[in-house]
Write a protein that binds this ligand. Sequence first.
Ligand code: UDX
Length: 437
Amino acid sequence: MRISVIGCGYLGAVHAACMAKLGHEVVGIDVDERKISALSAARAPFFEPGLDELLSDVQGTGRLSFTTDMSKTAGSIVHFICVGTPQKKGENGADLRHVDAAMEALLPHIRPGDLVVGKSTVPVGTASRLADLLSEYQPSAHLVWNPEFLREGHAVKDTLSPDRLVYGVEEGSEDHPAVTILDEVYSGPLADGTPRLVTDHPTAELVKAAANSFLATKISFINAMAEVCEAAGADVTSLADAIGMDDRIGRKFLNAGIGFGGGCLPKDIRAFMARAGELGADQALTFLREVDSINMRRRTRVVELTRELCGGSLLGHRVTVLGAAFKPESDDVRDSPALSIAAQLQLQGAVVTVTDPKALENAAKRFPELQYESDLDTAIAGADTLLLLTEWQQYKELDPFEVSSGVAGLRILDGRNVLDAAKWRAAGWQYRGLGRP
Ligand code: UDX
């Protein structure tokens, strides 16, 4: 099938490559020429494990191309909208400018019977509004809302083997012609054994908002427990293990630490609250305000703990921050708690060096005032305090005995609770975890 994918960021680039992998003929479109030229050369414009290999693999087949020219959507039967929906500047709501611009640019190229598939995370009500717009231009075309649940760092696998497929169609009917077309797009290994749920537009949009809110709540719940554990001298990691053994709770997403960041969870819960407010349902989501503030409090707590660890003042302390990305296996620094903590430490007088295996270029663009060092040994040498803030494998594997020779103060704050505390203490380190005695 001929498919177009509009928007070639994290979501769209991965989606386009995966659709070509399924055997479709795919054109990826973006207004950003830099992204298009990188993708055309089979290079992802960001770090995502397995994506470069997948791009080379499918581009060799001639089934995948990239362009800035929207008219190249002509001939596609299915058009995926994969553009970003960032947080509005100075407000909590989602900025839908890219979605609206993509739709406006696409409309003149839509032909009878085409399918427009929205994948971006949008405030509930957007799909119905876009469906009305579409039917004004082309009454026989359809719009489906098909939210994407991929995680950065696992995006290729999550796209090719999703947990579930959600189709939001007009009136939520299984018999809708759009369902047959989308089933054909996903047919094969992707869909085999994957549960599929057909629902209406607003429910499909809300599934995504609800899923991300639940995940954020789970993380803030365990971080709230970490605050209580700290006050009570208890260990949040054992607590998480124990409550996670209950199937109804589950151990995943119960890792206490410096809190969630990235381009999705923080802005999605805020946009959800803002939209609920517009709908007059704001009271239902006031708990998300608390989820957000528990999350932001983690950052302040890490700064406080580092100050304590440094004997009450950060002034002049040489602090090396291990990790800049919001999570490992990603170079994404959007709303990265690690960088926000690094910047606060520097403001309070510490001499901060940040290291990360992939994210330093992006980090330097957002926080040019910080010092960066790509070589781990150099970054560590001369530090008196280490902060592990992104749990990259190489940081988890650090040997406290080897590292000891480079670090003057032998102080480490494990912001992700991933190190063996006893081992680090045995090597002479003052070890602090979060929510641990
Ligand atoms: C998230 C959702 O998981 C995904 O389904 C959705 O499509 C997009 O948003 P992503 O932002 O890629 O994906 O990362 P995720 O793995 O969910 O992690 C989000 C943040 O939570 C990271 O900063 C991570 O470090 C943090 N986190 C995660 C915790 O602090 N503790 C946990 O137990 C899990």
